[in-house]
Ligand binder design. Structure first.
Ligand SMILES: Cc1cc2nc3c(=O)[nH]c(=O)nc-3n(C[C@H](O)[C@H](O)[C@H](O)COP(=O)(O)OP(=O)(O)OC[C@H]3O[C@@H](n4cnc5c(N)ncnc54)[C@H](O)[C@@H]3O)c2cc1C
Length: 348
């Protein structure tokens, strides 16, 4: 169960503060008075390297020593709009998408890994008629099964302010190009908003290792683009993910940008849309996407552990993904239409 053990004492002001915060937010916990329970005192000392510091609060087996309310909010998923608990796994792409959407929008959430807690896996199955579908997200005790970002935005009232502002520039796409554009715009003292339909990072987010970016001998795509986004935010850029731009209209001196999440206004628009995956055009391709046909080994490769797999193509993407898959698949066959690979020598 999602449990909280609270080691404290009635006379301790920080215990009173933390207790009041949990009660205010309707969070159940077991209070253990260290003055009345010698075993509890020893447990507190053991956790805190011999020191008797209270409150010591254990949340799902992880101890927190005198956490302030901001830390409790972050660990327990407490927000103005309500409490958010995300049941998922680190290997699950939709969990990552939902996590980054919540993080990008400064929503606290408690992340509970179903792989590590049997009770959590059971809860997910009970919620989803026996199916283990993740992420399953509870918002104020109401379960949402793999909600898309539009649902999260709506339920958590995300981004209402951003739609009232007229920006100097709206940038469509939060890949390397969009993030770079916003750094330049912000440094020139204009304000910008990046609208991204998926998550920050674009194609680079799917890249396990980048070894050709000056300044980094080797860095993962998500890490590199996270740094780019942090740099843009340092200069004041705003980024909204899960927002897909559908059309743009010039109205007087500004542009109306219509998205799946509503309307935005700006004086200029930068397109940094990147590229999309080329498909083969073979029978049943659409039906099998996500169920046998995939475009991203780091996202979905784990489903094919110890199995035989075919990678189509002979460029950098195919070979890089093939090398990654070979580390855990039984056999990887590369199918290439030409006589030679076009990938860089390093991959070949
Ligand atoms: C597997 C793989 C490995 C790679 N490895 C390397 C490498 O090692 N080194 C290297 O230099 N390059 C590498 N690349 C290439 C690199 O990722 C791209 O050059 C880079 O991502 C291009 O950035 P971009 O911003 O132009 O486009 P993208 O990264 O494609 O970003 C465009 C963004 O726009 C968003 N978008 C599109 N349409 C809309 C819309 N209507 N509304 C809102 N958002 C929208 C997309 O969701 C996307 O996030 C690799 C690419 C892949 C696929």
């Amino acid at each position: 169960m999602n449990t909280i053990q609270f080691y404290g004492a009635d006379w301790c002001p920080d215990c009173q503060r933390a207790k009041a915060y949990l009660i205010e937010n309707n969070i159940d916990f077991k209070f253990i008075d260290v003055d009345l329970d010698k075993m509890a005192t020893s447990r507190v000392e053991e956790i805190n390297n011999g020191k008797r510091i209270i409150p010591t609060i254990i949340i799902n087996d992880k101890p927190f020593t005198n956490p302030d309310n901001a830390l409790l909010a972050s660990v327990l998923g407490i927000n103005e709009a309500g409490r958010v608990i995300l049941y998922g796994a680190n290997w699950c792409p939709d969990c990552q998408r939902a996590k980054s959407y919540l993080q990008d929008n400064h929503i606290n959430f408690q992340f509970i890994e179903v792989d590590k807690h049997d009770w959590a896996a059971t809860l997910v199955e009970q919620t989803n008629k026996g199916k283990r579908i993740i992420p399953t997200i509870f918002i104020n005790d109401v379960p949402y099964t793999n909600p898309d970002n539009a649902v999260l935005k709506d339920v958590l009232s995300i981004g209402r302010e951003a739609q009232k502002t007229v920006y100097d520039s709206i940038i469509v796409g939060a890949g390397a190009a969009g993030l770079t554009a916003s750094i330049y715009i912000q440094r020139d003292r204009f304000n910008s908003l990046i609208l991204e339909k998926k998550n920050i990072g674009g194609n680079a987010f799917l890249t396990e290792k980048i070894e050709n970016y000056p300044g980094f001998t080797s860095i993962s795509g998500p890490e590199l683009t996270k740094k780019m986004a942090e740099q843009a935010k340092t200069y004041g850029a705003k980024i909204e993910t899960g927002v897909s731009v559908n059309s743009i209209q010039k109205t007087g001196t500004t542009f109306s940008v219509t998205t799946n999440m509503g309307q935005y206004e700006s004086k200029t628009v930068v397109f940094a849309l990147g590229s999309t995956y080329r498909k083969l055009g073979i029978p049943n391709e659409e039906d099998l996407i996500g169920a046998g046909i995939h475009f991203c080994a780091t996202c979905d490769g784990a489903f094919y552990r110890d199995r035989e797999i075919i990678v189509i193509g002979g460029g950098n993407s195919a070979l890089e993904e093939g090398i990654f898959l070979a580390s855990f698949c039984k056999k990887v066959m590369i199918v290439n239409r030409g006589n030679h690979f076009t990938a860089s020598e390093t991959y070949i």
